[in-house]
Write a protein that binds this ligand. Structure first.
Ligand code: AMP
Length: 220
C-alpha cells in the first residue's frame, strides 16, 4: 500500500506518518527530512536545496523527484511506504503517477485539514532538538527545562523556515502549489479527508479507522 499524506505545513503529517509507519511496518518517506539531512551533511543536493528551504520556498521538482525515486529503490519500500510531504506540486503528482504506473500498486491520498490560525500557532512555537531531532512546542508540548531536550539533553532550536516570514511564505506556496492536488486525487477517487485538529492520538485513531474502513489494515 502506498499512502500519500497531503495537508499544509504544520498539519502533523510527519507525526502521523511516524505513527502509521510503526503500525503498518512500512517506511515513512519524508522529503523534508531527507532534504534536511542533505543540508546538514552539506552534500551537493543539500547546498542546492538550502536557499529554497530557508525562505520557505519549494525545492525544484527535478531534484525532489529524483531524490524520491532513489529512496523508493531501497529494499524497505518493497511492501509500500507512507509519503510525507511529497507530492507537493502538480508536476510531482504527475511524476508519481508515472513512477507507480508499471506496478499498478494500490494508493490512497489522505488530506489532513487544519485551520490556518492553528497552523501558524503550531509552526511558530515548534522547537527541534539539534542532536536527536525530537520536536517540542513551547506551549503545547514544552520540554521540562526550556531550551533543552528531555531525551538527550541537546539544545533546542527554531528551524529557519518556522520563523514568521518563512511560515507566511510556506502557507502561500501551499495554497498555490499543493492545495490543487486535493482536486487531482479527488478526481481519481483516491482522496480521503481527515480533520487533523485535537490531540495526536485522536488523529491517529481517526486515520487508523479510515485505513480499516478502506480495507488497508485489519481491526486490531
Ligand atoms: P517539510 O518538513 O515537509 O515542511 O519540508 C520543509 C521544506 O523542504 C519545505 O518548505 C520545502 O522547502 C522543502 N520540501 C520538502 N518536500 C518538498 C517537496 N516535495 N517539493 C519541494 N520542496 C520540498
Amino acid at each position: 500500500m502506498r499512502i500519500i499524506l497531503l495537508g499544509p505545513p504544520g498539519a502533523g503529517k510527519g507525526t502521523q506518518a511516524k505513527l502509521l509507519s510503526r503500525k503498518l511496518g512500512v517506511p515513512q518517506i519524508s522529503t523534508g527530512d531527507i532534504l534536511r539531512i542533505a543540508v546538514k551533511a552539506r552534500t551537493e543536493l543539500g547546498r542546492a536545496a538550502k536557499v529554497f528551504m530557508d525562505r520557505g520556498a519549494l525545492v525544484p521538482d527535478e531534484l525532489v523527484v529524483q531524490m524520491v525515486k532513489d529512496r523508493m529503490q531501497l529494499q524497505d519500500c518493497a511492501n509500500g511506504y507512507i509519503l510525507d510531504g511529497f507530492p507537493r506540486t502538480m508536476t510531482q503528482a504527475h511524476s508519481l503517477v508515472q513512477i507507480l504506473a508499471p506496478a499498478a500498486l494500490p494508493q490512497i491520498a489522505i488530506d489532513l485539514e487544519v485551520a490556518e490560525d492553528e497552523l501558524i500557532l503550531r509552526l511558530s512555537g515548534r522547537r527541534v532538538c539539534q542532536d536527536c531531532g525530537f520536536m517540542y512546542h513551547i506551549e503545547f508540548a514544552p520540554p521540562s527545562q526550556p531550551g533543552t531536550c528531555d531525551r538527550c539533553q541537546g539544545g533546542l532550536f527554531q528551524r529557519d523556515d518556522d520563523k514568521d516570514d518563512a511560515i507566511r511564505e510556506r502557507l502561500k506556496v501551499y495554497r498555490k502549489e499543493t492545495k490543487p492536488l486535493t482536486d487531482f486525487y479527488q478526481k481519481k477517487g483516491l482522496l480521503r479527508v481527515i480533520t487533523a485538529e485535537g490531540n495526536v492520538e485522536d488523529i491517529h485513531d481517526q486515520l487508523r479507522k479510515l485505513l480499516v474502513k478502506e480495507g488497508i489494515i485489519g481491526q486490531a
